[in-house]
Every structure is written in C-alpha cells, then in structure tokens.
Write a protein that binds this ligand. Structure first.
Ligand code: URP
Ligand code: ZN
Ligand code: ZN
Length: 464
C-alpha cells in the first residue's frame, strides 16, 4: 500500500515547510517538492497542517482502580485516541503486590493484544520491590518496558516507601531506564483526609481541599533528591500546580536530569469545578486534584520555557452514572480519574496556538516529539522524516468543534460524560494515519485493530 500526501504544510518540532510525503507500507520513504509518483491513495492536504501523530504518554485503559475498572479498554480507548489525532499511547501495566512485574506485563499484553487500533507501549507500575526481584527491571527493559512508575500517593494501594523508591531508582539508573513519579505525600494527605471525614466533610470538593499543593511540591522535591542521589533520569507525571513546578525548576537549575509532564485538565480546568451541584463535581475527582485557577498560566509558562516538557492526558475514565456514584456519600470512594485521550490534540492547539501562548513547533513538540524522545520511541515515532513510521495527522487548523459527549466528532470514549463539555476548540484531526494505514477520516473510523506493541529503547538510545 502506498499513500501520497500532497500540498500540505509539514510541521514538526523543528521544521515548518510545504512539501509532499510519500509513504510505502509502514514508512515515510520520500519527502519532496511536487512528488508525482503514482500511489494507491492520494490525499490532498491543501490548507492543512501535516504533523506527526500525537503520542499520549499517560493512559490507563482497562485498569482496576478505586473498586472498579476504567471504562475504556484497549479497543475503545485506542480508537478514541485515533479519532483525536493520537497514534501512540503508553499505558501503565501494574505489578500485583508480591508478584512478579513480568507477570504484570503479561497481563497487560493480554488486555491489549489484537484490540488496539494504534501502536502502544507500556510503563510498569511497581508496587513493591524486594532486593531479590530487582533483576526483573532489566528483563522488563529487554522486553521494551524502559520506564517504571512509582507512587508516593494512595497509601495501602499503590504507595511505596522511600526505601523502595531508592532501590528501584538505583537499579533503573544502572539499566539506563527512566523513573516516572506520582509525586504527592500520600501519608500526610491521608491524615488530612481523616480529619476532614471526622468533621463530616464528605462532598467531592473535599477531595481537592485535603490535597494541598505543598504536598505535591514536597513529593516532587523528594523524588528529585532521591533521583539525584540514585543517578536516574526522572519524569514527574501529571504535575498540577505552580508550587510543584518550582521544585522542578530548582532541580533542573542544579543539573538534575528531571523533566515533567502536565495534563490538559490542569491547564483548562480548576478547583471551582468541584463546587458543581448534583454531585457533578465528582466528574473531576482525579489525583492530583484540580487547582486554583491562577496556577494555569504558570503551567503554560512552564511549557513555554520547557520546565514542563510534555502534555499527556492521564486518561482514566469512569462513568458518572455507574462508577463515580460509588462515592456519592463519601468523596474517598469516588474512583479517581477522568477521560481526555480524544481531546488532547485539539485542546492543546486551541490553548497553545490559537490563543497565542506557544508556537506551532512547540505544540508538536509537547504533544508528540518530547514524549518520543523521553520514552525511547524517537525517531520511529514523534517526527515526520524519511525512515520514520508513517504516523501522520492531516490537521485542519480552522475547523471548530464544541467538545461534548453528544458530539460525534469529539467523543468516542466509552464514558457517559466529557471532562471538557461545552469547550469550543479550533483545530481538528481530519485524517489520521497509523503506520501508513488511514484509520480515521472526517470523523469516521476507516479501520480498527492493527495496532502493535512497540518495544521502546533505553534512555539515550534511538529506536529504529
Ligand atoms: O486520578 C488519577 N490520576 N487516576 C489515575 C491514577 C494515577 O494516579 O495516575
Ligand atoms: Zn498518578
Ligand atoms: Zn495516571
């Protein structure tokens, strides 16, 4: 199968020019002015941006959590991602406490195998790690799992203590792999939560009011300090507040290898959403919680000056009707997480480019290239170049949509609400190609399945 994309404006993290792209099978084989070779499919991209497919480095498909399971599996989640212009996701496999991480990986392979429409990779959530199991981390890296997420939050569930952090950090550094950190002091937060509950404070808003930004900043500070001593590259996931961002800046200024991710919810939504009537605030219960609105512009600045490297969604959907209501009488029982995998590219185009905060190149960088480089997918993914996978989005920079659960052009996620209901965005993924296959076109899916597991490279290595 060959595809020729003609007359488009190709935008990568570094370039911006008009040219044609020739694709043979999975791969970009030629980029040039006025390519006239015949092709099985010719796409006219006049007036469109032609960009590398989005990479969402933080999703939770089919994840048991909060007494239930996230509503999108690898079939619905990857299809929704595709509709939104994302062509690779990195999901989180989980180690069952006391069991092998390799078993956890096997479980996640089974969840994804044969179901995904776009390519996928895995991080591994490490929930405990005795000395004798440490060698597994190297075996995971051999299997293409070159990053591990650890939690300072959720005591009794995913939390690990500082000793475990240090052991895993050391070994991950030796293996030239990366640590992803959920940085929030869950132990102190649990005490604050207990006191709130004892006072009868049970509504959704107390989820945010019991999780001060200082406790996120403390977690970030501690993670950076431990990573510095253990000599491992660190990636702070879902950074939500200016307080925490200051700690990242400080660490980077003294030369620590730390980068951070934020998410659209922290750039577009704020703590006042928890005040919505009729338990609606539960839709936004996620961890870290939404913050006071003034944090948003500081996070945008963080993206502008590269203190924040990447934007991922932390897509972790739970239906309002059947799942969020588990916590109707007690915010602690509301499953933590919200949907967003489908809306990231458009939201970020709106906030970054349309609203003039960031350049087009930077938009591509924070939605695709940075994740590829950070997580061992580059240059196979994250750019448009001869030899790279033909993961390409023909993006209409003028089309406007109102995001909503009832809009068939913005909502294919298997969840009964939209985190961004009513948000107007300009910029829409019109044609989406995954390794040369057109998978979505003008809001319709063209094909399902065909997504492959991608074995990622170690830190500092290229993936070919
Ligand atoms: O609320 C969230 N973020 N749920 C998903 C789990 C996590 O901490 O990333
Ligand atoms: Zn987390
Ligand atoms: Zn997450």
């Amino acid at each position: 199968m060959s595809v020729l994309i003609k007359n488009g404006r190709i935008v990568t993290a570094t370039d911006d020019y008009f040219a044609d792209i020739y694709i043979e099978s999975d791969t970009v084989t030629e980029i040039g002015k006025c390519i006239e070779r015949p092709a099985d499919r010719v796409i006219d991209a006049t007036g469109r941006l032609v960009i590398p497919g989005g990479i969402d480095a933080h999703t939770h498909f089919d994840m048991p959590f909060g007494g239930t399971v996230s509503a999108d599996d690898f079939e619905s989640g990857t299809l929704a991602a595709a509709h939104g212009g994302t062509t690779t996701i990195i999901d989180f496999a989980i180690q069952t406490k006391g069991k092998s991480t390799l078993e956890g990986l096997e479980t996640w392979h089974k969840k994804a195998d044969g179901k995904a429409t776009i390519d996928y990779a895995f991080h591994m959530i490490v929930t405990d790690m005795e000395e004798e199991r440490l060698l597994e981390l190297g075996r995971l890296a051999d299997e293409g799992v070159t990053s591990y997420k650890l939690f300072m939050a959720y005591p009794g569930v995913l939390y690990v203590d500082d000793g475990t952090l240090y052991r895993v950090f050391r070994k991950a550094g030796e293996n030239r792999t990366r640590i992803c950190m959920h940085a929030e002091n869950g132990i102190v937060i649990d005490e604050i939560v207990k006191a709130a509950v004892a006072d009868g404070k049970l509504e959704p808003k107390y989820h945010a009011l019991t999780r001060p930004t200082r406790m996120e900043a403390e977690g970030v500070h501690r993670a950076i300090a431990i990573a510095e001593v253990a000599d491992v590259p660190l990636y702070i996931v879902h950074l939500s507040s200016a307080d925490a961002l200051e700690e990242v800046k400080r660490g980077r200024a003294r030369g620590v290898d730390v980068v951070a991710e934020t998410c659209p919810q922290y750039l577009f939504l704020d703590q006042s959403y928890y005040e919505r009537p009729n338990f609606d605030g539960a839709k936004f219960v996620m961890t870290p919680a939404l913050r006071e609105k003034w944090n948003q512009e500081l996070l945008w600045q963080g993206l502008k000056f590269n203190h924040l490297a990447n934007v991922a969604t932390d897509h972790c959907p739970f239906c309002f009707k059947d799942q969020k209501t588990l916590g109707r009488d007690d915010f602690r029982k509301i499953p933590n997480g919200a949907p967003g995998v489908e809306n990231r590219m458009s939201l970020m185009f709106q906030g970054a480019v349309v609203e003039n905060r960031l350049s087009l190149n930077r938009w591509v960088e924070i939605t695709s290239t940075a994740a590829a480089k950070t997580f061992g997918l580059f240059p196979k993914k994250g750019t448009i170049a001869v030899g790279s996978d033909a993961d390409i989005v023909v993006f209409n920079p003028n089309r406007k949509e109102t995001i909503g659960v009832g809009n068939p052009f913005t909502h294919h996620m298997r969840v009964d609400y939209s985190t961004y209901e009513g948000f107007e965005v300009q910029g829409w993924s019109e044609i989406v190609l995954s390794r040369g296959r057109v998978i979505c076109e003008n809001g319709s899916r063209v094909t399902t399945g065909g997504g492959q597991f991608i074995k990622r490279a170690r830190v500092g290595e290229l993936l070919r």
